[in-house]
Design a protein around this ligand. Structure first.
Ligand code: FAD
Length: 434
């Protein structure tokens, strides 16, 4: 996923079949109460009308969205019921027990974790109706076209230009580290619309159609051998003004919502307890893998490694519970800078646990399963070997804002320390040295 702070830190004519929901609450008791019992009744009605055993997964997911049972805290008509987010667990438990399909593995963080909350907050009604349903069902994957070769931590320095021609914007520039761009139907895009304004003020926020002929996606191979991300070249890409999110020049304000949600999406990742299967994510946590290795290889144990594993286990548990608290806090509204602290802790812990595992397994820990260039659907820390985990965890302190930049954010916005000096804040972007 993406970048730091800046410090970083449509009616789009969509494909057939992406039309918005119809008959939203129809047979599912539209006036029923939204409490645990009411939700169970709604879920039972959904399951009766669309038995998972005989309903194609995509049809089931669309029906679930239309019944308001996708993300229940979203508005009615947009996959939700304006219900308390905490009650989502009631729906999820019923559906899991009934063997209903989930939107895994298309549960890609950028769409769900970043694009959706931004569209919900700043999008027009038309944009919400066009984009949110296929985003949630996973039929349309999203990517984040923010970082550039000269704009990562200092994201507001970005140089990709969008020039208006009537009702269309013509976009030229280069993006980099764009996770999932090769799978994406849409990209959230930041582009400079007024170079004469200071860097934070001349930016606008768009939804970019990744099938436009001017979009070229080239894989970038990572230290793991995989190519999760890409460089993306934008040449004369045409974006209708109806695909602008927020006002012209307000892109930085809109992007801040995306970035805060991004840190939550990364930092608030569920870190399941040892040996627990987490039903929402369908996996065990990294600490569980380390503890399993400890049990299976008694010949490798030392007192020091034992002490360190115990400490990491306690930290993983503290991180898991803090993540739960953050998710509850998020349910109350906008995530705060606390998400940055959590993202910092998550990155450090992932690197420490994977480092411990490699050290414990000694020679075996460094062997690597497969260097074939892969283009994975998402990041799965536990599916592959210790060597993969060790290498992939290095990216945790870079993606979504580097740890150094997040420390700055915590220092300024949580601890109230004086901000870094910013000499370029009021100068026109076009006059800044590059
Ligand atoms: C796995 C992965 C996936 C990614 N996916 C995406 C994506 O989908 N979309 C997207 O837009 N981007 C994505 N990114 C990019 C990521 O957001 C950037 O790499 C990140 O913001 C850092 O920017 P940079 O690489 O330009 O480094 P730079 O900003 O050049 O930083 C270089 C070094 O300087 C330090 N530094 C910079 N400024 C400061 C400061 N003010 N104070 C202290 N230290 C500082 C940094 O911490 C870092 O150590 C991804 C990155 C990774 C690793």
């Amino acid at each position: 996923m993406s970048s730091g702070s800046g410090e970083r830190g449509a009616t789009a004519d969509g494909p057939a079949g992406a039309e918005g929901p119809t008959d939203l609450d129809g047979p599912l008791d539209p006036d029923g109460p939204v409490d645990p019992d009411g939700l169970r009744r709604r879920t039972a009605a959904l399951l009766a009308a669309h038995p998972p055993a005989t309903t194609p997964a995509a049809d089931f997911l669309r029906a679930r969205f239309d019944a308001g049972l996708a993300w229940i805290h979203y508005p009615r008509g947009l996959g939700g019921l304006d219900a308390p987010r905490a009650l989502q667990a009631v729906v999820d438990a019923e559906l899991t027990a009934a063997g209903a399909p989930d939107n895994n593995p298309r549960r890609i963080g950028i769409g769900l974790g970043m694009a959706a909350p931004t569209i919900l907050r700043f999008g027009t009604e038309e944009q919400k109706r066009r984009f949110l349903r296929p985003l949630w069902t996973g039929e349309e994957v999203w990517c984040q076209l923010f970082s550039e070769p000269g704009a990562g931590s200092d994201l507001a320095a970005l140089a990709t230009r969008a020039v208006r021609e009537g009702d269309t914007w013509i976009v030229d520039g280069q993006k980099v580290w764009t996770s999932s761009a090769h799978q994406a139907r849409w990209g959230i895009l930041l582009a400079r619309t007024d170079p004469a304004l200071p860097k934070h003020r001349g930016i606008s926020y768009f939804v970019c159609d990744m099938t436009d002929g001017g979009v070229e996606v080239r894989p970038l191979r990572q230290i793991t051998g995989e190519a999760e991300f890409n460089e993306v070249f934008l040449t004369g890409v045409r974006i209708p003004d109806t695909c602008r999110i927020g006002d012209v020049g307000e892109g930085w304000r809109v992007a801040r919502t995306t970035l805060m949600n991004e840190r939550m999406a990364i930092g608030g990742t569920r870190l399941p307890r040892e040996n627990a299967r987490d039903s929402a994510e369908g996996r065990t946590g990294m600490i569980g893998v380390a503890a399993t290795a400890w049990r299976e290889r008694p010949e490798l144990r030392t007192h020091d490694l034992h002490q360190r594993l115990l400490r990491l286990w306690v930290e993983a548990e503290a991180a898991r519970l803090t993540g739960e608290r953050l998710r509850q806090q998020l349910a109350q509204g906008q995530p705060g800078p606390e998400g940055s602290g959590m993202k910092l802790a998550f990155a450090r812990l992932a690197q420490e646990i994977s480092g411990w595992e490699v050290e414990f397994l000694a020679g075996d820990g460094l062997t690597y399963d497969d260097w074939t260039l892969r283009r994975p659907d998402g990041v799965d820390f536990t599916a592959r070997g210790a060597g993969y985990r060790y290498l992939r965890a290095k990216g945790n302190s870079i993606e979504g804002g580097t740890s150094e930049v997040l420390l700055n954010i915590v220092a300024e916005r949580v601890l109230g320390l004086p901000p870094e000096p910013r000499a370029d804040k009021d100068a026109a972007w076009k006059d800044l040295p590059r």
